[in-house]
Write a protein that binds this ligand. Sequence first.
Ligand SMILES: [Zn+2]
Length: 406
Amino acid sequence: MPLRAKVATSVSKTAAALSRAAGRGDGSVIGGWIGLKIDPDLLAHLAGGRAIALISGTNGKTTTTRLATAALEVMGRVATNSFGANMPTGHTSALAKAGSTPFAVLEVDEHYLARVIDATEPRVVAMLNLSRDQLDRAKEVSMMAQMWRDALIGHPDVRVVANADDPMVVWAAQGSGHVTWFSAGQRWHDDSWVCPQSGDPIERAGGDWWCTGCPLRRPNPQWRVEDEGVVDPRGDWHLVKLQLPGTVNLGNAATALAVAAEFGVRPIEALPRLATVASVAGRYAQVDRDGRNVRLLLAKNPASWLEAFDMAERAPTLLSINARDPDGLDTSWLYDVDFAPLRDRPVLITGDRAYDLAVRLEVNAVPFRHVKSFEEAIQAVPPGRLEVIANYTAFQDIRAELDRVL
Ligand SMILES: [Zn+2]
């Protein structure tokens, strides 16, 4: 590395360590920020010599990054931004902190994918899904798909691993000449009724979809979920044992296996590693308290709420909604989610915007009870499982409350 990059790396690590010592989070954002101020090309310098996978999409990227990292660790040390700092500052910091590793798996915010592809020259880019997120600031889904497509056209050597079930992703991935398709399912269809190529309606039947006005249609996936396992490109079925719940995570595992295969890691080698992942940045974590087994699920936009309903057991469920800056300030997306699946279980609500949620549940004919705190929620349910579904800062609030008591 050039001298400037070495100095920037060292200062970046020091700044991150100081930030951690001061109790201000994991320091990855400030560390990366300072490093990039000293050497604007620091991310490219740190990426040099490593085989890199980038993982992007509206939902599932943190979990898939964690699973793909576990899979690649079969081959050696893997640098990763496991704390979800998924912009270039976070990537810079993660690579600086890891030192020289042959591999890296980086979660990338979908807005930054083009920039991070330019900087890191990855071997593989995984494209998971695109749906509406943070209405007050995110780009329209079709604009995002166009950005992804353009990003790939400039990098013909990059191999793409993409979700065959999401029409927006399929269209974006067509910017590449080397695509491996996986099928991880798509519960949320409301951002892909219209063809991004021709503007015609998209029709669906079973798991298939096609444009009614142009050749865009679902490609045949090489990797797919079947029963409790994953079928690989040779047609072999592998049982997948995960500690993470739901068919959503089975799909994330299929994606991780497809990414790992691009590095020469076979499913039989990767699967035992996937089984060791118990929680991802606190998500899916289970905590026992007063005879209640509390499980934490993060849901931050309409598509991820549908996924959370898939993962949650039919048990008392606490919903918590905030609308602080990291959550997005606009809660009107609550009306994009059908909460009807919760009618068969006791529902509690809390959080800064519990009243927004209350109105939504009332309209959706879902009975609920408002509680002022997490503690009150625990006392309001019988011993056994309590599912907690919360958006970003609400999730952090509950984690902090649990940490205080434990
Ligand atoms: Zn079309």
